[in-house]
Design a protein around this ligand. Structure first.
Ligand SMILES: N[C@@H]1[C@@H](O)[C@H](O)[C@@H](COP(=O)(O)O)O[C@@H]1O
Length: 325
């Protein structure tokens, strides 16, 4: 990730408009989920900036009031062609916002509509699959730092530096447990996916894209804190769950859900950020925001093993790429 580019884009915006009052995150599907940690950062660390996240067509058809010259909008699209996200980018530009777009595809329709383009990696390795998310988080941190100050900025920058190696080392070690996951869950018709804090987006994206879209397995997303307020009634022996356990402020929420699941002998797989040494690269003041990166990297290997065990490639679709909708 090119942190200098992040800094210079945010400085450029600040020079043009020192009075920013909101930051909006807009995308579809996995790209929207990748924006979640950035949104979560601003909403938790800023005392001045309003922060919101939207699926692109909500932004298009029910545009929040007050979006304009005092707004920074970050849009994202991996392939750069998702029509709703392209339209949202165009709309954000027309509304006079300061517009940053993250995409893997230079020269794509979404990149043509934007003001500040950021091209990220994806296919190179597992760490690269978290680059879009990293950029978004880096922009969120830089925006808060430049517009109001962020006490733990250096700690956050140091954490970014350590993440790619941490992810690559983690994926090297997860093979056996990912295989076991694939074998155990291969005949399941549904899997409940839990997390909290900045990793809620990872739970959502695992459930909606890796499981529902790519494996055709029904997968409700449950916030660990919300689990006790309804969803826990479905907990029973051998019911399949996947938990992304955070290291940081919301660990208590995840641990409480895990204890209850174990009490009733549910089948739980726990992808725990602590098992991969997240705290060795991310200090205690910033660790909350880096959980999604390690969870995403590790989950990819789990998804690949599930796909192998089910003989259902992650690229298999019924409608996408086949029908007009
Ligand atoms: N079915 C796909 C999703 O898998 C993808 O997450 C979404 C966003 O794609 P992109 O990030 O390229 O905009 O588009 C489609 O709806």
């Amino acid at each position: 990730m090119d942190f200098e580019k992040v800094k210079s884009i945010v400085s450029d915006i600040k020079e043009k408009q020192p009075e920013i009052d909101r930051v909006m995150f807009v995308g579809c599907g996995a790209s929207m989920a990748d924006l979640y940690p950035g949104y979560y950062f601003v909403s938790h660390e800023s005392t001045k900036l309003l922060s919101s996240i939207h699926t692109a067509n909500e932004f298009n058809y029910d545009t929040p009031k007050g979006v304009g010259e005092h707004t920074i909008v970050i849009t994202a699209s991996l392939g750069g062609t998702t029509p709703e996200s392209v339209a949202a980018t165009k709309k954000a530009r027309e509304l006079g916002t300061h517009l940053i777009t993250l995409s893997m595809a230079d020269d794509s329709p979404i990149i043509k509509e934007t003001e500040y383009k950021v091209i990220h990696g994806f296919h190179e390795n597992y760490a690269a699959k978290t680059e879009k998310m990293s950029y978004c988080l880096a922009f969120a941190i830089e925006i808060v730092k430049q517009f109001e100050g962020y006490q733990f900025y250096d700690e956050a920058v140091a954490a970014f530096q350590g993440m790619p190696d941490l992810i690559e080392n983690a994926v090297k070690s997860v093979g056996p447990s990912a295989k076991e996951f694939g074998e155990k869950y291969k005949d399941e018709k549904k899997i409940f996916v839990l997390s909290s804090g900045a990793s809620l987006g990872v739970a959502y994206s695992t459930a909606s894209f890796l499981f529902m879209e790519m494996q055709w397995i029904a997968a409700p997303t449950v916030h660990s804190g919300e689990y006790f307020h309804g969803p826990f009634e479905l907990t029973e022996k051998d019911a399949p769950y996947l938990l992304f356990m955070n290291d940081g402020s919301t660990r208590h929420l995840d641990a409480r859900a895990l204890t209850f699941l174990q009490r009733f002998d549910a089948q739980v797989t726990n992808i725990d950020a602590k098992d991969y040494g997240l705290n060795e690269v991310a200090g205690e003041n910033v660790i909350d925001y880096f959980n999604p990166l390690i969870h995403t990297g590790v989950m990819r290997v789990y998804a690949e093993e599930l796909a192998k065990a089910r003989k259902h490639p992650l690229t298999k679709r019924r409608y996408m790429w086949k029908l007009t909708y």
